[in-house]
Design a protein around this ligand. Structure first.
Ligand code: GDP
Length: 434
């Protein structure tokens, strides 16, 4: 995975090793190598241009962290920018009951395999998925899905095997009131995009009102795949991607470009032919794979942790000086978002299971509410009477209830700060709901 890119980038890092500090002169060559490495990995030219500009600006402008050498600092910057390019992790959003998930994609990209992988992934989470074999175009697709379904113990609806729309119609009837909570549709692909395929997909979309439309994209197919992803998105307004065959000789161009070009997130990655060779998309893990510098990366992560702790400490001190305002609370929320709620929850003992999908949504809500407040209200939430709350709710597209909930979380956060200041473990998060 990404061997070529990794090897080339390491040459850029080597250039800076042993240097006292980053200067315009010594950075120039390193930046040039980063640029040619990304271009050779088939990353879109526009993306590369912006990427190297950002890296250069930060490398020259940023205060160098004392604990990192110039080459480590440069790696940290490249890593940060790679993560930014890959885009934030976004949840797999299943809201209806049952929820429909449409798998779409060109033939051979791994659509049928990924449909089964997702069913298996959901089953492991205690859900009750069912598969629908509506790829009537590729002759073996229906049998293939049946075989995969048997393997993972998930039923497969095959219908009359000829007419995709009829199969979907039958599936809708079968699934209604059946107890299955997620219906995964394998749809027909083609070797190239054509109108007939798109029209069929549009009809199916209308019939099932899917929560997710996932496009499978072969990581080894390069910029052609990104271009066809753009067309699929324009026609179907997809919700995300499954990037398949990342285990192969993928150069990196697809995964590093697709979000930028389409604006849609990668939700899953396929890393092999077996059912379990499948993972949620974590931008930091992909960036680490691309950089492949185990030791340095753990050092960078340690430094980041220290920086975060430093920030937390400052927040704690602020609170002790009774300065912990809603403005600070908003900053705190941003930090939490940056670190990833998941990581924080994992690190805390005794935290209850919190639905991460809702948490992300709630965090956005909290930010919107605080953004709608006046500076005076942020400094002194005690002045928030009913009419002010109504105004804020209107401004942020939320409800007064949401605002009251936020104020409660804020009080909880204050308590937590106090505990941290005293050096206690943050068990206070136990009851903290976002
Ligand atoms: P479809 O035509 O899009 O439904 O494609 P298939 O699901 O039949 O997959 C095409 C080929 O790609 C099959 O041989 C799969 O085993 C293989 N494949 C699918 N996903 C992956 C993956 O993540 N890694 C690898 N190495 N092979 C994959």
């Amino acid at each position: 995975m990404f061997e070529g890119l990794r090897d080339k980038l390491s040459n850029a890092f080597k250039l800076l090793s042993g240097k006292g500090k980053i200067t315009e002169k010594n950075i120039e060559e390193a930046i040039q190598i980063v640029k040619t490495s990304l271009l050779a990995a088939d990353v879109n030219y526009k993306v590369v241009k912006e990427f190297v500009e950002n890296v250069k600006k930060r490398a020259l402008g940023e205060e160098v962290l004392k604990s990192l050498t110039p080459d480590q600092m440069f790696i940290k910057i490249v890593r940060d920018e790679l993560i930014k390019l890959l885009g934030e992790k976004e949840p797999f959003r299943l809201v209806h009951h049952p929820s429909y998930v449409m798998m779409v994609g060109l033939q051979g990209t791994g659509k049928t395999t990924s449909a089964a992988k997702i069913a298996n992934y959901l089953k492991k989470q205690g859900k009750h998925p069912i598969l629908v074999a509506a790829d009537t175009y590729r002759p073996a697709a229906i049998d293939q899905l049946e075989t995969l379904g048997k393997k993972i113990g998930v039923p497969v609806i095959t219908g009359d095997r000829k007419n995709a729309l009829k199969i979907v119609e039958e599936a809708i009837k079968t699934v209604k009131d059946s107890g299955y909570d997620v219906v995964i549709l394998d749809t027909a692909g083609r070797l190239h995009i054509d109108d007939e395929m798109m029209e069929e997909l549009e009809k199916i979309k209308e019939m099932v009102n899917p929560d997710e439309i996932l496009l499978t994209v072969d990581a080894m197919a390069g910029q052609d795949a990104v271009n066809s992803a753009k067309v699929f998105n324009e026609r179907l307004n997809i919700t995300g991607f499954v990037i398949t065959k990342l285990d192969g000789d993928s150069r990196g161009g697809v995964i590093l470009t697709i979000r930028y070009i389409t604006g849609k997130p990668v939700k899953f990655v396929g890393v092999g032919e077996k059912i379990d060779d499948f993972d949620e998309f974590y931008p930091d893990r992909i960036a680490n794979r691309i950089l492949g510098l185990g030791d340095v990366l753990s050092l960078i992560e340690k430094v980041e942790r220290e920086l975060d702790q430093e920030k937390m400490k400052k927040m704690g001190e602020k609170f002790m000086r009774a300065e912990f305002t809603l403005e600070d609370f908003r900053e705190q929320i941003k930090e939490i978002k940056k670190l990833g709620i998941e990581k924080i929850l994992e690190a805390l003992p005794g935290t209850p299971d919190i639905d991460l999908n809702t948490s992300e949504k709630e965090l956005k809500k909290i930010e919107a509410i605080i953004n709608s407040m006046t500076p005076e209200e942020r400094d002194n939430p005690a002045i928030l009477n009913a009419s002010r709350k109504k105004r804020i709710a209107m401004g942020s597209g939320t409800t007064v209830q949401d605002i009251n909930k936020l104020l409660k979380s804020y009080e909880e956060m204050k308590k937590l700060m106090k505990m941290m200041k005293k050096g206690k473990l943050p068990f206070g998060l136990r009851g903290l709901k976002f």
